[in-house]
Write a protein that binds this ligand. Structure first.
Ligand code: NOJ
Length: 749
């Protein structure tokens, strides 16, 4: 026994020595590669004039029109002169090859161009909008979506995407929530990393010709504009910023993202593009970011409007000194930087550092070895809109849909039912693509109505538009009601125009626009089962729709294959498994509403009838909570079993729960783990997501799900702003959404 024990100690020792040697070897190999790369970068930098250096620090827009894509006249010449090193919105191999040829065959130093583009949720094969995709809680599916977007982009000349957008937001008025992953920092971080892996490749192999450079955006806290108005002021405590808004940017950087975009907003009075604390101290210092920092569109110039610079030249100084490497479209560096260096206002060393970062990325992408590696026409023909990409888009779209209501099991529909399909959105292809549809178009895709008819063999479907998405015109109501009367069931597709989400699309109302809900109310009087299919890019106030609809399916903008995905879910070919990643309020007055709120000193559960934190005209709780989504089957949760009731420093706990599919359909459930720190040096949220697992369970089957809890998962910025844990009592919850949970407790020692 003793010798066996000794033997295992010796083995362990050898193993550790071996591991250290391997680690040492791989570290020194890594630093040798880094050194080689730095040498290459310096060898180019050493040849550059100041003009050429500044040329690498600018990014100009092509007109982005595929049929006759051309860059603004004059700029071709700037590429030739080495004054423009990077282009956005140019795509197709033919167009990018033409521009690249000028850079590498006609400019003095032959430095290849970067081609950036907003490939947010697909390039040509369009996936569900990012908010929709996040509702799948399926990291593998999300990574695949980004991978395919990267493959199609890379095959079309694009080597840099302005994604992932990782801005946390609790502001449904803000149209850009459609581009993010919702309200939660934990889930948002996992998704941010998955998207980076998808774009840059699992191993961050940027040299691969089918990976592209990711750009994390918008740094920082762009998702919290006051009153939800895009570009508006952001003001939050440092602690909220660090604990809630920062984690997804960090996760994306840790996953290897090699570029980041500044945001339009100010934070604590300083616009991000001129914010040295953000870009240099925090990002490059504390977070160790090694990639390049690009501005958002003309955001250097906008610092004049912000009121921190008198003119563009002064704004440029703020940006370059804050750590901005590349000026998107603003022409500020182009116009003023050279003179500022000559006048001694900017140290050329700062310029060299910025250019190094740009060149480094170009080397990593392999552009110096083969500047045309993204311009392979055969590859473009073969890979863009490939059948397997469409198949994946279809799978991801199905997973993104969230069933919000299903009274009396109206869904799934049955083949053979006579169904009235109502609503302008039902027949729209364009809206399915959502905002930021990149190169996606409505050719070669079907609307929801087309797919619904195909599924039903073109029988038993009666369509009436009823009304438009917007406007007050009710002249189509009669035909819609007549259609409803002839049918067994009604499917009404309602929501927002796709352009009502995305950039510069903030709203002051969360209601379904126009007269769509009025028509729904009229249809309700027919006493037929009504299914509402929603297409929208933000949480809406669905209080009225909830009164009239028997079932509600949230479909977001589900992409190129969205019509087929929605149809299949409605007919039960796929059992819905999506869960909300943003809280749906009962009305706008509750906004901002999110599950990780604080308890307050006067929580609403107190018995005092009046003086507590509540509304006098509405409950506090949302209509649909974070993490919520139904299935055609039911899942039952056992009580939680903890491995111990105490968690010690460096120790771990396991929490187990058995989930049973007690219904008739096979289905997937997202099992969610939350904790609450009961007493802290500062107040703590009533719940925080700390883990989740999506499981597939056959009807009647059960599975034990195990979560591991370690102290580092419980760390936060404490009273003195140090980051760490605090001992004390915790609650632990597990359930299928943030409201309906089993609970237990443990102590952190
Ligand atoms: C402005 C948007 O804020 C940003 O997300 C986008 O990447 C750039 N324009 C480039 O299109």
């Amino acid at each position: 026994m003793f010798s066996l024990h000794r033997k295992s100690i010796v083995m362990k020792k050898y193993f550790l020595i071996l591991l250290s040697i391997i680690l040492l070897f791989s570290c020194s190999k890594k630093s040798a590669i880094d050194q080689q790369l730095n040498n290459k970068v310096d060898s180019v930098l050493g040849l550059m004039t100041l003009d050429e250096k500044i040329g690498q620090m600018v990014l100009y827009a092509s007109d982005g029109d595929i049929t006759g894509s051309s860059i603004k006249s004059g700029l071709l010449d700037e590429i030739r002169k080495g004054n423009c090193g990077n282009i956005l919105n140019a795509y197709t191999t033919a167009h990018t090859r033409k521009l690249q040829k000028i850079a590498v065959e006609e400019s003095r130093l032959k430095i290849p161009l970067l081609f950036g583009y907003d490939v947010i949720h697909g390039f040509k094969t369009i996936f569900p909008i990012s908010l929709g995709e996040s509702c799948s809680w399926d990291l593998e599916a999300i990574e695949k979506g980004a991978r395919i977007a990267a493959i199609e982009s890379a095959a079309s000349g694009v080597n840099w995407t302005f994604a992932p957008m990782v801005d946390i937001s609790v502001e449904p008025r803000w149209g850009r929530v459609s581009e993010g992953a919702g309200e939660d920092p934990f889930l948002g971080s996992k998704i941010a990393a998955a998207r980076v892996r998808g774009f840059q490749g699992k191993e961050n192999d940027l040299a691969d010709s089918l990976t592209i450079l990711a750009c994390v955006k918008h740094f920082a806290a762009y998702g919290a504009p006051q009153a939800g108005r895009d570009y508006n002021t952001v003001d939050m405590s440092q602690r909220v910023f660090l604990d809630t808004y920062l984690p997804p940017y960090k996760a994306a950087i840790d996953a290897g993202a090699m570029s980041i975009m500044t945001s339009f907003n100010e934070l604590d009075g300083v616009p991000s593009t001129g914010n040295k604390y953000l870009l240099t101290d925090l990002l490059r210092g504390e977070m160790g970011f090694k990639g390049l920092v690009v501005t958002d569109y003309t955001s250097i110039n906008e610092m004049v409007n912000h009121g921190v610079a008198e003119n563009d030249a002064e704004a440029g100084l703020l940006a370059v000194k804050a750590g901005v490497d590349m000026d998107m479209q603003g022409e500020v560096y182009f116009k003023y930087l050279k003179k500022q260096v000559k006048d001694g206002l900017v140290d050329e060393k700062l310029i060299d550092e910025a250019v190094r970062r740009v060149l480094r990325v170009k080397f990593l992408l392999g552009l110096f070895d083969d500047p045309y590696k993204y311009c392979n026409e055969d590859q473009e023909k073969r890979l863009v809109f490939a059948p397997e990409h469409l198949e994946t888009a279809f799978e991801v779209a199905k997973k993104s849909l969230v069933l919000l209501k299903n009274e009396n099991q109206v869904l799934p529909l049955k083949k053979g039912d006579k169904i009235a399909v109502i609503g302008a959105l039902a027949a729209s292809k364009r809206d399915l693509l959502g905002s930021w549809k990149a190169y996606g178009d409505t050719m070669n895709m079907n609307s929801f109505l087309d797919e619904f008819k195909i599924y039903n063999g073109n029988t038993n479907v009666i369509y009436a538009e009823g009304c438009k998405k917007m406007g007050e015109n009710i002249s189509g109501f009669g035909a819609a009601i007549a259609a409803g009367r002839r049918a067994d069931k009604i499917v009404m597709v309602i929501g927002e125009d796709a352009e009502w989400s995305g950039e510069a699309a903030s709203r002051t109302s969360l209601q379904v626009p126009g007269v769509q809900t009025e028509l729904l109310e009229k249809l309700k009087t027919l006493n037929k089962p009504i299914v509402v299919v929603l297409m929208n890019g933000r949480p809406l106030d669905l209080t009225r729709e909830n009164q009239f609809a028997d079932a509600i399916l949230e479909t977001w903008y589900a992409g190129t294959m969205g019509g087929k995905a929605i149809t299949q879910v409605l007919f039960g070919e796929y059992n819905p498994s999506g869960k909300l990643t943003m809280t749906f309020p009962r009305n706008l007055g509750q906004v901002p509403i999110f599950y990780y709120q604080k308890n307050t000193g006067r929580p609403s559960y107190l018995s005092n009838p009046k003086y507590k934190s509540r509304y006098i005209d509405c409950p506090n709780d949302p209509l649909f909570p974070f993490g919520f989504g139904l299935s055609y089957t039911n899942f039952e949760y056992s009580e939680i079993t903890l491995s111990a009731t105490e968690l010690v420093e460096k120790g771990e706990l396991t929490a187990k729960v058995t989930v049973k599919n007690s219904g008739k359909y096979d289905g997937e459930e997202v099992v969610q783990l939350y904790v609450r720190d009961l007493v802290g040096s500062i107040t703590r949220p009533v719940k925080e997501l700390k883990g989740f697992e999506k499981v597939l369970l056959k009807a009647g089957n059960s599975k034990e799900i195990t979560f591991k809890i370690t102290p580092d998962m419980l760390a936060f910025h404490r009273l003195d702003m140090s980051f760490g844990t605090e001992q004390g009592d915790y609650k632990l919850y597990i359930g299928g959404n943030s409201r309906d949970v089993k609970q237990t407790s443990f102590k952190l020692k």
